[in-house]
Design a protein around this ligand. Sequence first.
Ligand code: AMP
Length: 425
Amino acid sequence: MGESLLTNLPGTRDLLPEEVARWQLVEEKARGIFARYGFREIRTPILEATELFARSIGSDTDIVGKEMYTFPDQSGKSITLRPEATASVVRAYLQHTMYRGTGLAKLYYIGPMFRHEKKQKGRWRQFYQIGAEVLGSDHPAIEAEVVEMVLSLLSSLGVGSRLLINSVGCPDCRPKYVELLQGELRRHASELCEDCRRRTETNSLRVLDCKVESCQPIINGLPMMIDHLCETCRRHFDRFRDFLDRSGIAYELVPRLVRGLDYYVRTAFEIVSGELGAQNALVGGGRYDGLAEVLGGPPAQGFGFALGLDRLVMLLPEDVRGQAVNRPDLFLAYMGDAAFDKAWVIAQALRARGLNCYVDFSAGSLKSQLRLANKLEASHVLVIGDNELAEDRYPLRRMADSHQWNISLSELGTYLESQRARRTE
Ligand code: AMP
C-alpha cells in the first residue's frame, strides 16, 4: 500500500488561513521595524549548490552531516534545499559585489528552510526564519543595534524573552584557549560522552554545547573563552556591552554559549523564551567575519541573526492573535434573486473603494448566511430583501455590539470607511 496522497510529509504542515493571518502580522511588523533600521529585503534561491552549505556550515555539524535535503539534479549536480540562509546572503553579497560603494549592506530575509530533523515539538523539517545580516562592518554598535532591532520586534508583538551573550574570541586568542580546553578535556576523557570525546579532537568548543547530564559537572569546571580573550576582543566585547547598557537592554553573560566554526568571531548571542519548553531558542546570532573568505570571496565582516518564525508565532499572546484576522468590513446577506443581483453590485462598488466585502454564493437561508458572517468575523452585515430594495434603505448590523439601524446606499461606503479607519488606528 502506498502512502495516502491526502497527507502532507512528516515535519511539514499546511498553514491554514487563520494561521497565515498571524504569520502575516509578524512579517509586516518585522518589515516595518527592519526598515526603520535601514535594512532592505533580499530574496535568494531556496536551491543552492550543496558545497555552499558544506563549506559554510561545516561538515562536522549535524546539519551538514545528517539533516540536509541533498540530491543530484537532472544534470547530476549536487544541490541542496537551503537549511539556513546566511551562506546564501553572503554568496549574493559577494556575487553582486555589494561591497562596492559604501561597503555596508544591511539585508534581511523571510522564508522557508529545510532540515531533516528528528521529530520533536517545536521542530519542523520545513520551518521558517526571519533573519538579518550586516555585511561590511565590525563596529560593536552595529551589533547592539541589530540586537535592539530583533528585541523590539519581539516586544512589539508582546513576546517576552531573555538575551544571552558571549564572546568566542578570534583567530588570535582562540587557538591558545582551544589548546588549554583540549588538554582539560583529554584529562577527563573517560568521564565524557562519546560525542564529547570525538569533539575534543575535531571541534572542542562544541563540547561546551553538550546537553548530556553526565558531562555537565566536567563542562562546568572547564576554562571558558571569556576569561582568555585577547585585548582587542576584550575591548570589543566591553564596547558591545556598553552599547547594550546605553540602550537599556538587559542581558545575561553565558560563557558556555559558543559557535562551532572557526569563522565565527567575537560576539555570539541567543534569545530564548521560557514558554517554548525544551526547544527554547528563538533567535541565534553572531559575528562571522571569516565566512566570506571561506566561500572564496574577498574578506567581508558580517554580523546577523536568524529567528524561528514558527516558534515566534506560537508565542503570540491572545490580544495580538486577535488583531490578526482579515475580516470582511461588510457581509452582504440577501433574500431572493433580485436582492442577490443588488448585493453583487454593491459589493463591487465598495471593493472599488478598498473595502472587504463578502457575498455568499451557496443560496442558503438568511440564517445560514448570518452563520457564515459570524464565522468570517465580518464587522458588519447588510440585509437585502424585496422591501429594502423598494425603499432603498437597508438594515445594517454592527456585529461587535449588535447595534442595528437602517442605512441608505449613499451613506454606506462612507460609514464603513470611517469604521475601518478607527480599527486600524
Ligand atoms: P539556527 O539556524 O540553527 O541557529 O536556528 C535559529 C533559529 O531558528 C532557532 O533559534 C529556532 O528558533 C529556529 N529553528 C531552527 N531549526 C528549527 C526547526 N527545525 N524547526 C523550527 N524552528 C527551527
